[in-house]
Ligand binder design. Structure first.
Ligand SMILES: C[S@@+](CC[C@H](N)C(=O)[O-])C[C@H]1O[C@@H](n2cnc3c(N)ncnc32)[C@H](O)[C@@H]1O
Length: 298
């Protein structure tokens, strides 16, 4: 498993009975996690009076209970800073497990830039279903030019705030509120190309005009579609999925049948996870598939 163990400002303290106890900077949250079907002795500090507790209701959804939690606060990951606020459906605006992917592609971007692989031009990264921009700010910080696409105006605004908080507001980025499929179809017509693509699609989603996204039906034809906007010498391709059915092997087969067939390169896929400090377990947080083109070491 690829484990996001580089955090100082974030920690999964314990997991038990459908919930996880987390530390986000100086605040503790208890949030539901359907995978946690085991129990711990819940002796860990924080279970009794967390700063925030999201109570899931049987009717679906749920509500937050707060104990001295600010409306908004910040945490950092290496040189990146993220704005957090508890909002609908247990979210905080960040998926900390993605740090294991941020580190991976940031290294590729820095190596390729240092080796002059793209003759001094900036590496063009496309981040699809980009949410609050975790991957966008990581790629900007590594020196890439980024196109950030998400259907939600609110999420895209939040991503801009994260870039500003990370001191990256002046970096080359396009913030686009759009349906990802429509956007890629338009880029094909325009002949625009990218050296790297990141996609983290939801299981189910809707574009700004209600365009339906159902991952089982949509993901493979969408990956095929993106092959037409890759540059002649692509650097990497990353797919992340939180959808239980989409196992690592499935992600690697889809990459093999598309970008692998077209460009060769290397493919690897794995579950990703977060270390649980009190138990030593690793909390599984979905799966990622990675493709890398040939590498030229600096
Ligand atoms: C699970 S989040 C992605 C998480 C993100 N990659 C991260 O780690 O920060 C899914 C995002 O997809 C967006 N979305 C859903 N359907 C979409 C569509 N058809 N086109 C564009 N964005 C869409 C949602 O607005 C949401 O921000």
């Amino acid at each position: 498993m690829w484990i996001a163990d580089g955090w100082k400002d974030y920690e999964v303290i314990d997991t038990s009975d459908g919930e996880k106890l987390e530390r986000w900077g100086e605040y503790t949250l208890v949030r539901p996690d359907p995978q946690v079907i085991w129990s711990s002795d819940k002796s860990a500090q924080g279970w009794k009076k967390p700063n925030g507790h999201y109570h899931r209701s049987k009717a679906g959804g749920g509500e937050w209970e707060f104990h001295s939690l600010p409306d908004e606060w910040q945490i950092s990951y290496k040189d990146l800073t993220f704005n957090l606020k508890p909002f609908s459906f247990k979210h905080t605006g960040l998926f900390p497990e993605q740090a294991v992917n941020w580190d991976w592609f940031s290294g590729l971007i820095k190596d390729a830039t240092a080796s002059g692989r793209y003759e001094g031009r900036q590496i063009k990264v496309l981040n699809l279903f980009a949410y609050t921009g975790g991957a966008t700010v990581a790629a900007l910080s590594a020196g890439a030019q980024v196109t950030h696409v998400d259907a939600s105006k609110g999420m895209t605004g939040w991503a801009k705030e994260n870039a500003a908080s990370s001191g990256l507001a002046d970096r080359p980025v396009r913030w686009l509120v759009d349906d990802c499929v429509k956007f890629v179809e338009r880029e094909i017509r325009r002949g625009n190309k990218y050296d790297a693509i990141i996609m983290d699609p939801p299981s189910y989603g809707r574009g700004p005009k209600g365009e339906m996204w159902k991952i089982e039906e949509s993901i493979y034809p969408f990956i095929e579609l993106t092959m037409s906007i890759l540059s002649d010498d692509p650097l990497f391709f990353l797919i992340n999925s939180y959808t239980t059915g989409l196992q690592p092997a499935v992600l690697s087969y889809m990459l093999g049948a598309t970008i692998g067939r077209k460009y060769g390169g290397e493919i690897e896929a794995s579950e990703i996870g977060l270390p649980v400090t009190t138990s030593g377990l690793v909390l599984p947080c979905g799966a990622s598939g990675r493709w890398t083109g040939k590498q030229e070491k600096a």
